[in-house]
Design a protein around this ligand. Structure first.
Ligand code: G3H
Ligand code: 13P
Ligand code: ZN
Length: 305
């Protein structure tokens, strides 16, 4: 059976990546699923703890199951689970994989928590992503990221002790729309060191939205005020995927921006419009376009089903 593990291994060997795209409503999920179906791309559909709360357990499962039934190769994933209980809940609901994010904890506590989740999850055939190192960005008022990069030696111990199926690494990205104030960079030197000690471990890049200037301009043209936003370039992501072991690329911000651009455009251009299908529908179209571009431009996951 082609489960998520199968795709991680295939991606590692073939140097492509699965997107892990967040959704928090029906239309953004439909947009992701339509793009994947059209381009025959596997994809991870991610739900954060707060998105799960926003949609509700039953609604989340109903939406996910509906698209999974219609489109092969979609996997439901809990993003940034912060406790054993939330991971357990997601596993019992039927998620395909969970992330336990103990990255803010001291190393040994992160190991213990992650191991506990792995033991529970693996009995049910659910994959677990752990995180070591911390993503800090300018939005957190941290001027230096140096102390938060993943330590390769600790990463090896972490993976061996916990039994995680994939590892999120901190190599220079951060969450949100304001990732860099200057040059966009990723610490490929650290990534290479991690790969040397963990050659078979699928690696995950969080905070990997590109924050396309055209989409930001689109939002701002229709009344938005998003200034000095900057994401990771497609070229850097391309390198992380084709020359390294990054097989999961997390993005939420890019989809939020696209949805907002569409909604703003329709409402600003048509002040008399009040049918949500018109403005959310336009947002949905733009999200689908963004997902298709990711699949083609750097995930290279087209026709990989
Ligand atoms: O990595 C975090 C995601 O962007 C989720 O954010 O908790 O606002 O849904 P959220
Ligand atoms: P962005 O904020 O770059 O979209 O990253 C999202 C993410 O890492 C979700 O886990
Ligand atoms: Zn993240």
């Amino acid at each position: 059976m082609k489960d998520l593990k199968y795709y991680f291994n295939k991606a590692l060997k073939g140097h492509f990546a699965l997107g892990a795209l967040n959704f928090s409503n029906m239309e953004s999920l439909q947009a992701i699923a339509s793009a994947c179906k059209k381009l025959k791309s596997p994809m991870i559909i991610s739900v954060s703890e707060s998105a799960l709360k926003y949609m509700g357990d039953d609604m989340t499962m109903a939406l996910a199951n509906a698209v999974k039934k219609d489109c092969k190769g979609l996997f439901l994933h809990l993003d940034h689970g912060k406790s054993f209980d939330v991971c357990k809940k997601a596993i019992n609901l039927g998620f395909d994989s969970v992330m336990i994010d103990g990255s803010a904890l001291p190393f040994e506590e992160n190991v213990a928590l992650t191991k506990k989740v792995c033991t529970f999850a693996h009995k049910k055939g659910v994959l677990v992503e752990g995180e070591l190192g911390q993503l800090k960005g300018i939005e957190d008022n941290v001027s230096s990221q140096e102390h938060h990069f993943t330590d390769p030696q600790k990463a090896k111990i972490f993976v061996e002790k916990t039994g995680v199926d994939s590892l999120a690494v901190a190599i220079g990205t951060s969450h949100g729309a304001y990732k860099y104030s200057g040059k966009q960079t990723l610490r490929f030197d650290i990534l290479s060191e991690i790969e040397k000690v963990l050659p078979a471990c699928p690696l995950v890049l969080h905070g990997a939205s590109c924050v396309d200037k055209k989409i930001v301009a689109h939002v701002n043209k229709y009344g938005g005020k998003i200034e000095n936003a900057q994401g990771v370039s497609e070229e850097l992501l391309q390198e992380a995927i084709t020359k390294h072991h990054i097989v999961k690329i997390n993005s939420d911000t890019d989809l939020r921006l696209a949805m907002t651009a569409g909604v703003r455009e329709v409402l600003m251009e048509n002040p008399k419009e009040f049918d949500p299908r018109k403005y959310i529908g336009k947002g949905r179209d733009l999200v689908q376009k963004v997902v298709e571009e990711k699949i083609k431009n750097f995930l290279h996951s087209e026709n990989k089903l």
